[in-house]
Structures are given as C-alpha cells and as structure tokens.
Design a binder for this molecule. Structure first.
Ligand SMILES: CC/C=C/CC(=O)SCCNC(=O)CCNC(=O)[C@H](O)C(C)(C)COP(=O)(O)OP(=O)(O)OC[C@H]1O[C@@H](n2cnc3c(N)ncnc32)[C@H](O)[C@@H]1OP(=O)(O)O
Length: 725
C-alpha cells in the first residue's frame, strides 16, 4: 500500500509493500488516491514520493504479471498523472528504484537520491520492457546511448553514475527524505513545463540511424534468442522516430508481445527459482530455517591450479582473508603469479579496485607451502585435481591440523563426499563445494552434503556462496551430483549421434540455436578431452584396466562410444592441442573450424563397426540430447538428490549455459508437456534399447499418468519412501 501524509505544504506519499515496496495493484491504487488527494487539497503546494524502510521501490510486483487482473496497463497512466500534476512532485530515492519504481521517479518533476541508492530498468532480465512509458522518458532525460544501454542490459547503476548521466538532480549523503522535502519547498511555484519529460525532445545524436543500426547488431548478438532485448531496442528507437504519445503506444504494443511470450514466464520463473533455492532443505529434515551458519573470518585454499586460482580470486573479492597453499615452491610461484594477474584484472574492472582489493597485504592473502598455517582458519577449500587418494590424504592431514570447528570443503565435480569425509575425524564438517570454471566468474556453487554433514556446515557453505555473490544450490551426494549427472546422458547422446551419422558442427549448431552458450563438442574442446579420458580410465571404462575381450562399443551390457577415447589416443585433447572435435589455429586457439580429418575418421569408424550412416534431423538431435538430460533430472528428483525442479533449473542456468529465457531444463520440459517428453523418450528408447539414459524415468511416467500436473506440484507426487538419502 502507499501511505499519504500531510504535515506542511508538502504532502508525503510513501510506497509501502515489504520487503521491497513492489508496486502491486493495491499500492498503485493508493498512490493514485494520494496524488488525487494532494491535488484537491489547496493547502498542499508540493508532493514528495518515497518508499518505506529505506527502499524506493523494486518495481512492479512480478507475481502480478501472471494474475488475471494484470498490472501491465495500470502503471503508465499513474506515471502520466504524476507528471501532469500542477504541483511539483519530488522523488526521494533510497535503496533501489528499479523498473516501475524508476518509471514512477521519471514521472516526478525532480529526483533526489541517496549516494548509496541504485537505479535501473531491469525488466529485460525478466523478459519484459519498461512498459510504464520508461522507454520514452529515459532517452529524453539522459540521451539515447545511455538509455539504450540501461534498458537493453537491465543493469543497475549507482547514484553517483545516475547523477553524472543527469538521471537524478542531486545526491545526498544524509537524510534523503528531509533533503527531498527541502527541495520540494524550494521549487514551489516554479514552472513545471521544463520538468515534464514527455514534453522534452529526444537529444540528437550525430548520425542517429547509423548509431542505432550498430547498436541493434550488438543487442542481437548478445540476446542469443532472447526476445526482450530486441523489443526494448525497438521501443527506444520509437522514441527517436515518433512524438511521445505515439512512442508510448508502440511501447505498449511491444510490452504486450513480451508479456504473452513464454520467454517472460520462463525468466520470471527463473527469478523466483533462484530465490527459492536459498530456502534449502534435506530429506533428513535439516533446513535453512533452523540451521545457523558459522562465521568465516579466515579461509584457506589448497591447490593453485585453474580452479584454485579462481576460488582464491573470489575469496579476495569477497574480502575474506585467506591462506593459499601449494604442495611445493615451484607450483606455489606459478599459482601466485596467475592469481596476481587475475586479481589485477579484476581490480581494473572495479571502481577504486586496487584499494578495495587489498591483495598485496599478507594479512589478506598469504601464499605458503606450510600446512601448519592452516591451524586457525575457519574454512578450507581443497581444490586439487580429481583424485580420490590424493583428496583423502589431504583431508586426513587437515583433520589433524585444523582447529576443531573448521569446515572442510572439497571442490569436486563428481567424487563421493562420504568417502572423502571418511578420511577425517569430523565427517559432520566435510562438505562438497563444486565451483565452476572460471571460478571467479561463474555464478553457480553446487553445495553437496554427505551422509554426516551437519546443518551448520550446509548453512555455512550457503553463507559463503552469498558472500562470494554466487548462487548456492544444496544437493545430495551421488556420482556427478546434479549438474554433471544430468550432463552425462546429454554428452553421451551427442557422441552417439556422431556414430550414427551426424557431425560435431551439426550437433553444436542445433544446441546453440536452442540457446546454449556453447554446444557439447565446442565445450568438450574447451574443457579438454583428456579430463573425461582420465576419469573413464579411473572407472576402468578404457585404457589398460579394461578387461581383454571387452566389445569396443559396449560396457557392462550397455552401449558405449569409444570415439572420445580414440581422439585422445591420437593426442587430440581439444583447444590445448589445436585439435579435438574441431581444428584450431594454434594450441590454445579459440576459433573452431570443422575438420575434414575428423569427418573422414568418423566415416572410417562407421565402416569398421558396420554402422549405416543416416541423415539425422535437427529435431532428433535436440530431443535426444535434451530429453535424456531431463530424464536424468526426473531420476534425481525421485531419489531426493535435489529437493525440487527449481534446483535443477538454477544449476543449469548458472553453471551450464542453459538459456535463461527457456527457464531451465525442467521448466522447459513442463512447457513442452510431459506427455510429449515421455512419448519421445519411449520412441528413442525403443530404437536404442541398450541406452539406459533414454529409458523414461519412473517419476516422469508417474507425472504423466496423474495428468501432467504443473511443475510446482511435481514434488507432491513423490512418496517419502522413494528418497534414497
Ligand atoms: C507496466 C509496468 C511494468 C513494470 C515493469 C517492472 O517493474 S518489472 C519489475 C522490475 N524489477 C525488477 O526486476 C527487480 C527485481 N528485484 C531485484 O532485482 C532484487 O530483488 C532487489 C530489489 C535488487 C533486492 O535484492 P535482494 O538480494 O536484496 O533481495 P531479494 O532479491 O531476495 O528480494 C527480496 C524479496 O523480494 C522479492 N522481490 C524482489 N523484487 C520483487 C518484485 N519486483 N516483485 C515481487 N517480488 C519481488 C523477492 O522475490 C524476495 O522474496 P522471496 O520470497 O525471497 O522470493
């Protein structure tokens, strides 16, 4: 709601809807009533709009977009009402003014902001555009280039930048409300015409058309199939081509297109899913509501390879003092050099970076080969390579050296947390923290609890994720956890498709057109084929430990493709060796070119194994890769490894390049329709009976049998007994 108060000549309208003063229909109604009251009261000479609890407003109530009484058309007329007021209206911006919140402020005649406030039009990130005339007012206020940048990226800008852009008239360090009331009193009686943005012309840019053409190319390139950025662009372009009223009409049309697009629903689902996973729970009853985290005043990272370097960088950026440890001086010096380079780059990206990232101070970041320096740390992250024996040795050492309360984290992408914990005297304090490469960039942190992990340990790891500005997702312990476990059947299908007649570039293209940042073969070349090869050798699937007489294309009675192993045997490890599934310009090169050698190799391989080459269409590529991944997701849910489909979706969006505008794999399955997913899996499974990944999961079958319920009801169809944890 909004609260109206009048003490002096300035009426105060306070937006009130905790926690972020989202603009619900009720808030808008009281805002409108307040404006009308102020207008009708002759003793009121000016109006000040602010938000309750130090936050102006986070914009329209996103949940309201899915309700029948839609918010969509309600806000624009109120912003117009504010602007047309004959009494000056001042916005006092504290905390955040986002989306519809900022549009309300743009309707005001004056804007004053607290120095710590942030502003932005993030609608594009939830699949919409600023539909309350913001695409028409903002360019008139700050010019087309800056407005286009804010509207098409959705970025939040600090008050200091807003002042430079002319978005606010003044910033204050003390009480914003008092300053706004002072300003309101000062401007009483001054002409309002020049303060009404709808009456201003859009500032000219030399060669506007050329500028816009170039901007559109950039927007399209970054959008990768997402509609909203381009429609945001079109709305701003309308501001440059038409009078205000016509621009507003165009904005409304485009807003309606987006509102009814599945993409807006997917992105809004993703917004709430990311928040829902913070409320973690385990099958044993531990949960975020009862577990308290331990403070982490000092941490340690063991291993300064690529992952360790990124983790150290993340911790330094989060201002957590730490010790970085390597096994010998040579590796320590190599690691230190790489970390310093990363930190310098990060500092350059930050305002006042070098001062903020105090990484030259040994009290903040200390490099050592001496385990003894880990005695007093609160948390250790082990990030050595994926070798169970090595990890166990390190954890054994840690449990002897570290203080009793220290949390021991292992950065692993697949290994058994319980087995690692068994090497310690405190399995309740051992937890998996699976970072994604590059660890200082990727937002996902998969947090894996073992059989004995305590709720405090989980809460502390979640708190760490928050401090590192990452999205922590709590999952159970199984091979590959959630992310990689779902990835295995996807990659397996991609390789099987090559055996049957496809090519890496065809498979990658289909998945990149779907919206993945990178297809499975380009990804494999980037990560290095040798990583999976080592793991398969450890599992006895290839290499010297493979029993003699094992059929080339079969393991444990199931279909197996030796193609990646054969490539590795040829020294083709991907980008690092300039050859993998593609050809690269040089070792470490990034430009993938289809490789005639590989095409020839695939033909010979098919001849050798008597495989009839067939044409495989895009639909089959997409369905076999995605539906096998989704199928594994249903198995994971049924086993209680994750507590809901949102967890899987958040993991895929933030760690695996899944296109956010498709809402994550499980949301995508719900939009395709579970009966269709099931029917397709059944069809492919019949054609490939030796591929268990295509056999529909029992949980998927059950959901179809009970009538394809909406995603939020799925978990209610699982019986408690089905959880293996
Ligand atoms: C025609 C009119 C068109 C208008 C278009 C719009 O205005 S669309 C909305 C545009 N605004 C946004 O996209 C802002 C979204 N919110 C945020 O970016 C962040 O929440 C925040 C405001 C920066 C605050 O971040 P913080 O990390 O401090 O808190 P949370 O993200 O956890 O949020 C707290 C709870 O508030 C809920 N919430 C936030 N914003 C909205 C919103 N606009 N509508 C509804 N609910 C919102 C959020 O979901 C959290 O609640 P949970 O119960 O934990 O989910």
């Amino acid at each position: 709601m909004a609260q109206y108060a009048r003490g002096s000549a300035v009426a105060v309208i306070r937006l009130r809807n905790p926690p972020v003063n989202a603009l619900s229909l009720a808030v808008l109604q009281t805002l409108e009533d307040g404006l009308k009251k102020a207008d009708a009261d002759p003793s009121v000479k000016a109006v000040m709009i602010c938000g309750e609890n130090g936050k102006f407003s986070a914009g329209a109530d996103i949940r309201g977009f899915s309700s029948p009484k839609r918010l969509g058309g309600a806000l624009g007329p109120i912003v117009s009402l504010i602007e047309s007021s004959e009494k000056p209206v001042v916005a006092a911006i504290e905390g955040v003014a986002l989306g519809g919140g900022l549009e309300v402020a743009l309707g005001c005649h004056y804007r004053i902001a607290h120095v710590k406030a942030r502003m932005g039009l993030p609608e594009v990130t939830i699949g919409l555009l600023p539909g309350a005339e913001g695409t028409q007012r903002l360019p008139r206020l700050i010019g087309v280039p800056a407005a286009l940048d804010m509207i098409t990226t959705g970025k939040h800008i600090p008050a200091t930048e807003a002042l430079k852009l002319g978005l606010v008239d003044e910033i204050v360090e003390e009480n914003t409300i008092e300053a706004a009331i002072r300003l309101a009193n000062k401007v009483i009686g001054q002409p309002l015409g020049p303060r009404r943005l709808s009456l201003k012309p859009v500032p000219k840019v030399p060669n506007m058309e050329a500028f816009l053409d170039e901007a559109l190319v950039k927007v399209k390139r970054q959008a990768r199939g997402c509609l909203a950025p381009e429609l945001c662009f079109q709305a701003v372009r309308a501001a440059t081509q038409s009078p205000f009223a016509e621009g507003v009409r165009r904005e409304r049309e485009l807003f309606q297109v987006l509102l009814s697009s599945g993409q807006a629903q997917a992105l809004q689902y993703a917004f709430f899913a990311e928040r829902a996973v913070r409320r973690w729970a385990t099958p044993s009853g531990a949960s975020w509501s009862s577990a308290a985290p331990q403070p982490v005043r000092r941490a340690a990272v063991i291993g300064l390879g690529t992952m360790g370097q990124g983790i150290v960088t993340s911790l330094v950026k989060a201002n957590i003092p730490l010790v970085a440890l390597e096994q010998d001086l040579e590796n320590l010096n190599k690691g230190r050099k790489a970390v310093m380079l990363l930190l310098q780059r990060e500092a350059m990206k930050m305002e006042g970076g070098a001062q903020i990232l105090d990484f030259h101070n040994p009290a903040h970041l200390q490099f050592t080969v001496d385990f003894d320096l880990l005695r007093d740390v609160d948390l250790v992250i082990e990030a050595v390579f994926e070798n169970m024996a090595l990890k166990k040795e390190i954890f054994h050492k840690l449990s002897k050296i570290c203080k009793p309360g220290a949390l021991l984290c292992t950065n692993t992408s697949a290994l058994n947390i319980d087995e690692i914990a068994s090497a310690t005297n405190r399995p309740q304090q051992v937890i998996g923290t699976h970072f994604f490469s590059p660890a200082h960039v990727m937002r996902l942190l998969e947090i894996i609890y073992g059989r004995h992990t305590s709720p405090t340990a989980i809460a502390t790891a979640m708190q760490l994720a928050k401090a590192l500005k990452k999205v922590g997702v709590v999952v159970g312990n199984c091979f590959g956890f959630v992310g990689n476990r779902m990835m295995f059947p996807y990659v397996q299908q991609a390789v099987f498709l090559l055996e049957e007649g496809s090519r890496p570039e065809a498979v990658d293209q289909v998945l990149e057109d779907f919206g993945f940042k990178i297809g499975p073969f380009r990804m494999s070349d980037l990560a290095g084929l040798d990583v999976g090869w080592r793991s398969r050798k450890d599992q006895g699937l290839t290499g010297p430990s493979l029993p003699a007489g094992t059929p080339a294309r079969q393991r444990h009675g199931q279909r197996y493709s030796p193609l990646p192993d054969l490539l590795c045997e040829q020294g083709r490890f991907g980008q690092k060796t300039a050859r993998g599934w593609y050809l690269y310009e040089k070792a470490g090169g990034r430009t993938a070119t289809p490789d005639p050698w590989l095409h020839n190799f695939l033909s010979q391989y098919r001849d050798t194994h008597g495989i009839q080459t067939r044409f495989i269409d895009q639909e089959e590529i997409l369905e076999r890769c995605l539906f096998s991944l989704i199928n594994e997701g249903f198995a994971i849910l049924a086993e209680g490894i994750a507590s809901g489909p949102e967890h899987l979706d958040v993991i895929y969006i933030n760690g695996y390049g899944w296109p956010e505008h498709r809402g994550g794999p499980m949301f995508y399955a719900s939009t395709v329709g579970l009966p269709r997913v099931l029917a397709k899996l059944q069809k492919y499974s019949e054609a490939h009976p030796d591929v268990p990944g295509l056999r529909p999961s029992a949980f998927l079958k059950k959901l179809v049998a009970v009538g394809n319920p909406p995603l939020k009801e799925w978990m209610s169809y699982l019986s408690q007994q089905s959880s293996k944890l």
